[in-house]
Design a protein around this ligand. Sequence first.
Ligand code: SF4
Length: 431
Amino acid sequence: MTQLELARDGTISPQMQAVAKSEGVEAEFVRQGVASGTIVVSANREHTNLTPCGIGQGLRTKVNANIGTSSDFGDMDTELEKLRAAVDSGADTVMDLSTGGDISAIRRRIIASSAVPVGTVPIYQAGIKAVEEYGAIVSMTVDDLFAAIEEHVRDGVDFITVHCGLTQSAVARLRQQKRVADVVSRGGAFLIGWMLHNDGENPLYEYYDRLLELSREFDVTLSLGDGMRPGCLADATDRAQIEELLIAGELVERAWQAGVQVMVEGPGHLPLNQIEANVRLQKSICRGAPFYVLGPLVTDVAAGYDHITGAIGGAIAAAAGADFLCYVTPAEHLGLPNPEDVREGVIASRIAAHAADIAKGVKGAQQWDLDMSVARKRFDWEEQERLSLRPELSRRVHRQHATSGEACSMCGDFCAMRLVEDYLGISATRC
Ligand code: SF4
């Protein structure tokens, strides 16, 4: 049985227990969320060294880090280094998006080395193989696509991005829409090319039951991709995007009927004032299925700083109800991220996720900030470092200008907290 089927059956699985413990909530709360589809516990049966992670309503907002090679750069060692950078920085999941080198070998090493859930986009490998074997992505057969999916799920991938809602009707809307940036999803682009060339329906939609069967066998969580996600602010929340979302909503229900866990991916590039509406729309159309947003990026002009534009959008999206943030690195739009980019991207997304968790009232979120404030008031620098998102950075910056007193070098002898404490006569230890 899948986690969804177990939950519906009234069973609290060891994975649900583990999620409840790490979140500080009742196991029954997790079971109910999984049973209703508002929480997924992404855990492929073949991923044996996995520490289960829950994603969804009432839980801490999770952060995903994309790693993986491109056709130009990356090798096994670098990807393993990026995996370490992501997990050490606090990523809750990683996605291996490799499109270069020995893709299968890299994926297997990443899964074997990762205690956090691993996601992939199998159509990348299917498309690349089609180019190698037939000379073009559009020559890929339906069986080739499903063979790639099967290879990934048998290897232990916990969640797969599948652009099942990208139908001919969405492509028709795309044509009519006349977008600025057309399509920026790689998987979406592969599929649209295939559908137009072969004059056929998206095989992931047409043979969705076959996909559900495979997913159920390994308890793989489907992440319904947004192939029509806007790639610039001018294309945000248009008819092509919403058409795909409508189809995704129907596919969520079919996944649940088949006992398969499912979440839904979302934009992309969105003006700040459209983010909340997008989250509400997804939650309503997809009946509360977890929402996995890619950023969203709130401006198109910050290349080099897109981890910040993504974090701004991510904080607003998560505060409005998004459950899962895909990080963005400083290298976005410019090149393949290196391990330091991965670190920066994860921390930026974690700031967004935590800021949203405070607003959402997620258990423990406010307490963390309170603990930090008390440590600041006490000039307890060790505790401040310990509570920091990046302790070694906190330590290094604090110690680069040593002072003789308790206060830091920002205000030195004129430390505001120290001065007021002296005059008020209130001891910080009373906090
Ligand atoms: S010196 Fe200024 S910045 Fe440093 S602890 Fe005191 S008030 Fe805060």
